[in-house]
Design a protein around this ligand. Sequence first.
Ligand code: C2O
Ligand code: CU
Length: 465
Amino acid sequence: MTAFRIGSPIDRREFLRHGGRSAGAIALGGGALLQGCGSNPTLPEPETRPTLRTPRDIDAAGALLAAGAAELDLGSHASRAWGYNGALPGPTLRARVGDHVQISVLNQLSENTTVHWHGLVVPTAMDGHPADAVPPAGSYVYEYPVVQRAAMNWYHPHPHGRTGQQVWRGLAGALIVADPAAERGLPAGDREIPLLLRDGLLDDSGQLEYRRRDSGMVGDFPLINGVPYPAITLAPALYRLRVLNAANARVFRLGMSNASRMTLIGNDGGLLERSMDVNAIELGPGERVDVLVDLSGEATGSRISLRCLRARWDLLEVYVSGERDQGWGAPSAFAPIPRLPVSPGARRREFRFEGHRRINGLEYHMDRIDFRVPRGDTEIWGLESSGGAPHPVHVHGASFQVLSRSGGRAQVFPWEQGWKDTVLLEDDERVEVAIRFDAYAGVYLLHCHKLEHEDAGMMLNFEVT
Ligand code: C2O
Ligand code: CU
């Protein structure tokens, strides 16, 4: 096992001194929990944290998802929201490698929607492309074989110009592909916990508010699996956390409060070749990581938290209690990941993500094909940021391998090894990836996953031929 550290851990006192809790907040009339300064009330960390919820599991082989109204429980009160089957996040869809998935989506909203299966390689007509809009009261059956590795993927709307709004209101859920042979020895059942991270913002009356901002919609309190500032009681044992950044625009920097390391085992495209200890993980919108957290050495009664070291939020507080389970030898090596064969003459393409709405000078047009890619060829794509970062760049139709990052942070991070479908570009960075479209011909998307950038036009259509 190799170790990797960025920055240095901060202790709890230090953390609080720098604003881990919203200090000096002013109580507004009405909800005791709604506090803040200025006109925008925020939701402070409560004295007693609510219990983390885990979305219900449903089998993706014959699932029904209704996109419609839902309620967000904020402790002191509820907010109107949207959800799948009345829940936000929606149910966790479960499938196995090789399964045939069939999901019927019912649109109970008063606007068009589609569902995109982020991370899954599916035929064009099943990809949730904005051109395949499902009108209000309409339905669509998404059906496809699961052709890639075990991984945590997710689903969310992808309608033309309305993705940010729909995801922010609550339409998102996890889709976890399992492979029992490849995942043997890893914590499972209630030792495997999906964590969908996002932020929220409330209006004056305490309702979840969406404001379309060019720079990206960010909120001022965390929601983990739809619960603000949750807590969970876990045994002194080993846990597997499946973490997704489902925020519209916020980048999370994950770390543990007690400086105990997280063991990184996987990312967007599944398990890495070997595990690696890290003390921080930077996760842009759309990215996922798979980490092991070992609580077996923790005293009963101790409190640990999973933090965002950027926002200085305690995202999830963990109370350690229950039966100790020490002898867990989780595997530290997994299947080898073959490198895409990059020949010296490989075709190269360059994409500049400019400001808030353009790629290579172009704004998205739903009916325009911006470039064509021959199926089966390994290509090198250069992804470059030119103002307006962070830009989490996402490609539909294939996963890619990150080759290098120059400028800015100037390195490829441990969570960027193996297979990725989303990679974070900070200002002045250039990332090179190797990519090959094997599975299907058809029209797919390349876009910024800061959803306000996507909606403003930072997206291209390309056709695999
Ligand atoms: Cu997660 Cu094109 O989207
Ligand atoms: Cu962007």
